[in-house]
Design a protein around this ligand. Structure first.
Ligand SMILES: [Zn+2]
Ligand SMILES: [Zn+2]
Length: 390
């Protein structure tokens, strides 16, 4: 019998750090964990210490030569051409000392979440340092060195023969996970993101549907820039529910990037905490309906470390625990972190209804997103259901 939800965390996870000026700052994890604790949502026996994953785990997905290059880069011993080949030269994912161990700890944390669920220790597990969805089999990309989600999926396939639904609501397309399972009908990847024409990594078109036996098992919903809550929630619910009903996964893995928020500096979506409170509610219900509750949730992008990430992931964790949280944020959290924050910290967990000015071309955006949804969904649920023999 599974106990209460578990939370994988250790301050050692803060070692995944590209440098002081890089937007992917692990401080956001610390600020978030502190908010969750101060809200009274985290009992000490819910926290589990992660362990490094093994090389054997990594080669389920990653190429040996890439892993060798990562070890060299981590020891500052890689020649420039090697850094270039494997994506460790860019401003996005530059090599830093200890990067191999830091990345392997994140993969180990995600894998541990999968193992705890399969051992029946918990139905739901949250691992906020994970969700490095851009990493490829042999290339670091977009702040992501190793693809923890893909390794966990491959592990669950190999050891338990599971069929997994991967739902990625980061504002960027989940290109790494999609590519790795592009011809695999036992993994349904769903990515809802800002259109690639306007945002890294540029992929995630509706017509990317998978290939060979995996055709129909990659689903993409590219949204217009400046999409707001109502339109997002509408297309999210209308896409995810029928796809999961058709696929009937054994486990749902979510990537919960929250960089589509209005305040996020890297993307152009215009969401509020209402979206980030709604996303996990549907997943939660579907996990119980189809997967005996098996739900592994990961973090992901989110670059407003002070106002967005802590609140979005507190809402996620509260949902996993069936808890409602008072809207007033705890004063000790503000007192502790305000001296470090360049912006005034929020005092409420949820954005107000008129917190941000309405987007002037709202109706056109809503109509376009609806049209994209229709194009994306056309025939897909039927195709999936026929492929899995229902
Ligand atoms: Zn992102
Ligand atoms: Zn539950």
């Amino acid at each position: 019998m599974a106990g209460c939800p578990l939370f994988i965390y250790s301050p050692r996870l803060l070692g995944y750090r590209f440098g002081p000026a890089h937007p992917f700052d692990p401080l956001r994890l610390e600020v978030t964990v502190d908010l969750i604790r101060q809200c009274g949502l985290l009992a000490s026996d819910q926290v589990v210490e992660p362990e490094l994953c093994s090389r054997e785990d990594l080669v389920l997905i990653h190429h040996e030569r890439f892993l060798d290059a990562l070890e060299l880069a981590s020891r500052q011993a890689a020649p420039p051409n090697l850094l270039h080949i494997y994506g460790f030269h860019s401003d996005d994912s530059p090599a830093f000392p200890g990067m191999a161990e830091a990345s392997r700890l994140i993969v180990g944390a995600t894998l541990l979440g999968a193992k705890l669920i399969m051992a029946g220790k918990a139905n739901h597990v949250l691992q906020i340092s994970g969700g490095l969805h851009h990493a490829g089999r042999n290339r670091a990309s977009g702040f992501c060195i190793l693809n923890d989600a893909a390794v966990a999926i491959a592990y669950l396939q190999r050891h338990f023969g599971l069929r997994i639904a991967y739902i990625d609501t980061d504002a960027h397309h989940g290109d790494g996970v999609q590519a790795i399972f592009y011809d695999d009908p036992t993994v349904l990847t769903i990515s809802i993101h800002e259109k690639g024409r306007f945002l890294f990594p540029g992929t995630g078109d509706v017509e990317e549907r998978g290939r060979f036996a995996g055709y129909g098992f990659s689903f993409n919903l590219p949204l217009e820039p400046y999409t707001e809550d109502d339109s997002y929630i509408e297309v999210y619910e209308q896409a995810v529910e029928p796809l999961i009903a058709a696929f009937k996964p054994d486990l749902i893995l979510t990537q919960n990037g929250c960089d589509g928020h209005h305040l996020d500096p890297l993307t152009h979506l215009a969401l509020t905490t209402r979206t980030y409170e709604t996303i996990p509610k549907l997943v939660h219900r579907l996990a119980h309906k189809y997967c005996a509750g098996r739900w592994l949730a990961l973090g992901g992008g989110g670059y407003d470390h002070w106002r967005v990430v802590p609140r979005a992931w507190t809402l996620l964790w509260a949902e996993m625990n069936d808890q409602t949280v008072p809207d007033q944020l705890p004063l000790p959290w503000q007192v502790r972190w305000q001296p470090y924050s360049p912006v005034p910290l929020p005092v409420r967990l949820r954005d107000g209804i008129n917190e941000f000015p309405p987007i002037p071309w709202r109706e056109a955006i809503t109509a376009k997103n609806r049209a994209t949804l229709q194009q994306a969904l056309r025939g897909v649920a039927e195709l999936i259901a026929s492929q899995i023999g229902e």
